[in-house]
Design a protein. Structure first.
Length: 231
């Protein structure tokens, strides 16, 4: 990622976005805004609470952007209550074919495209030259809007749609989850502040795809966060 002084980060409070905001600060960038989106997702309450705590912990500006019209898409089990989110044995994070099927359930139309465009507008307005999402190579295998190719395409588009040519950069885009956890350990991230779960329960459910990936990543990195998962 190109060095820049002022950045806007997309902070959902998940593993990837949290590591990225910490890494941006480590690289002495000025985080002029951390953006959290409330688009009617099941985990909205927890994501907003966790993101606010992380921003306060880091002493960076934080804004929640409400996007209630995402519900009008009437698609994705993350948004529509009468659709079931795949959990447990229905999720197979190492089975590409099965992951493609479960992706169809949780896919939100153009979510990251919309998020990056909103972030780029804030970046331009605030004099920042980069936006930083939380992408990773592991999920990019089935979610192409987590990929380096998508970031590069967005940067190219922003050359036309932002006067200061906002770029998109991400510290974890080439990394898999265990390595992201290891990076976070080096940054001394308090893991109890993050929220990687698709649901808004008292603890991380441990059964949704996001939790299963997180659970494996922490175990692989030798980090004990069992107390944060629902038993």
């Amino acid at each position: 990622m190109k060095s820049t002084k002022k950045v806007v980060v997309l902070l959902s409070a998940g593993l990837d976005s949290t590591v990225n905001v910490y890494e941006a600060i480590k690289h002495h960038h000025e985080v002029v805004l951390a953006l959290t989106f409330n688009y009617g997702q099941r985990a909205a309450k927890k994501e907003m609470e966790a993101s606010a705590k992380i921003a306060a912990h880091l002493n960076i500006p934080h804004k929640i952007v409400d996007l209630p019209w995402f519900k009008d898409f009437n698609k994705s089990s993350l948004l529509v209550e009468d659709q079931e989110v795949p959990t447990g044995a229905r999720v197979a994070i190492d089975d590409l074919e099965k992951s493609e099927e479960t992706k169809k359930s949780v896919w939100v139309p153009n979510r990251n495209g919309i998020f990056l465009n909103i972030a780029a507008a804030f970046a331009e307005a605030l004099g920042a030259h980069a936006v930083i999402p939380g992408f990773n190579a592991e999920e990019a295998a089935t979610f192409p809007d987590n990929s380096k190719e998508f970031m590069d395409a967005s940067t190219k588009a922003f050359r036309y749609s932002t006067s200061n040519h906002v770029t998109v950069g991400c510290y974890t885009v080439h990394m898999k989850k265990p390595d992201i956890v290891r990076l976070g350990q080096g940054l001394k991230i308090p893991w109890e502040l993050i929220w990687p779960c698709y649901f808004s329960g008292d603890k991380w459910c441990g059964q949704c795809e996001s939790c299963q990936r997180s659970k494996r990543a922490f175990a692989s990195a030798g980090v004990d966060v069992k107390h944060l998962f629902k038993e």
